[in-house]
Design a protein around this ligand. Structure first.
Ligand SMILES: NC(=O)c1ccc[n+]([C@@H]2O[C@H](COP(=O)([O-])OP(=O)(O)OC[C@H]3O[C@@H](n4cnc5c(N)ncnc54)[C@H](O)[C@@H]3O)[C@@H](O)[C@H]2O)c1
Length: 265
């Protein structure tokens, strides 16, 4: 993988000839990731539980000259994942985004709510990466990108179950990276801070909460999904050829500084 010429560096991020399977492509960070990957030349499969949303995003990419198609999948079901993989081209890149959050004190979380959050965020992610990684390992190449969160590291009241799943996928993917490195498959995680998507709409509809979150980060603002998608492109491409088992914070500095008080200096 040695690079010496300007041309070799200039094409490092290109994804021409690669197929990227983006799960959760119908909304938020998944949608932005699908568009960004297509912009760098990938053929993108936009997959989502919401078939209409997936088709809308694939259509928008094609309308701008990119290459995309859509697929429907429910990652809570191994049968649904297998059916999707039979219908789409073998992916060189997998991006896994689907997750839900139930914001409640742990003492009030019901068994059903616990199972629902763990069932999608941890179990569903496991079923998906296992099925896709098997094919990648057989083909001897691939890049898997899974969404964790700053909540895998720092918590606040009401985030217990979500945070546990985000820490869970972190360790799951590190183990997968260590098992598949010698078979040519890289596995990495992205931990966003606060991003303007439907997932966080309930927070942004609450002015005090929304402002407090913005002020917590070093950059004092929320992120746009496109600012997370650029990390996806990096991890999908040969620019990250020596990167595996890593977690990247794209959090505007949220986890770097304490933020409670700026002393007079
Ligand atoms: N938005 C943020 O501020 C933020 C912060 C930290 C981490 N994250 C993480 O980033 C990822 C993406 O978040 P987002 O804000 O873009 O979410 P989002 O809710 O906007 O999008 C999630 C997409 O997943 C799809 N989906 C849901 N269940 C599915 C299933 N069973 N099978 C297939 N698709 C399914 C939804 O239809 C939706 O299109 C999540 O893992 C989330 O935990 C987001």
């Amino acid at each position: 993988m040695s690079r010496t010429t300007l041309q070799e560096y200039a094409t490092l991020f290109r994804l021409d000839g690669r197929t990227a399977l983006v799960i959760g492509a119908g909304s938020g960070i998944g949608e932005a990731s699908a568009v960004a990957l297509a912009a760098f030349g990938a053929r993108v499969v936009c997959a989502d539980l919401n078939a209409e949303a997936a088709a809308r995003v694939a259509g928008a990419i094609c309308a701008q000259g990119g290459s995309a198609e859509s697929a429907t999948v429910d990652i809570r079901s191994a049968v649904s994942i297998a059916a999707m993989l039979q219908r789409v081209p073998p992916p060189d890149v997998l991006v896994s985004t689907p997750s839900i959050n139930v914001r409640k004190p742990l003492l009030q979380v019901s068994e059903e709510e616990f199972d629902r959050v763990v069932g999608l965020n941890l179990r569903g992610t496991f079923l998906l990466v296992q099925a896709v990684a098997r094919g990648m390992a057989e083909r001897g190449r691939g890049s898997i990108i899974v969404f964790s969160s700053i909540r895998s590291e720092v918590v606040e009241p009401g985030q217990g179950v979500y945070a546990a799943t985000k820490a869970g996928v972190r360790q799951l993917c590190r183990a997968l990276a260590s098992e598949l490195g010698e078979r040519g498959v890289r596995v990495n995680l992205i931990a966003p801070g606060i991003v303007e998507t439907p997932l966080t709409a309930p927070i942004r509809s609450h002015p005090e909460w929304s402002r407090a979150y913005a002020e917590k980060s070093i950059l004092h603002r929320w992120a746009h999904p496109s600012e997370i998608a650029s990390m996806v492109v990096y991890l999908a491409s040969d620019a990250s050829s020596y990167v595996t088992g890593a977690l990247f914070y794209v959090d505007g500095g949220w986890t770097a500084h304490d933020g409670r008080y700026t002393p007079p200096l």
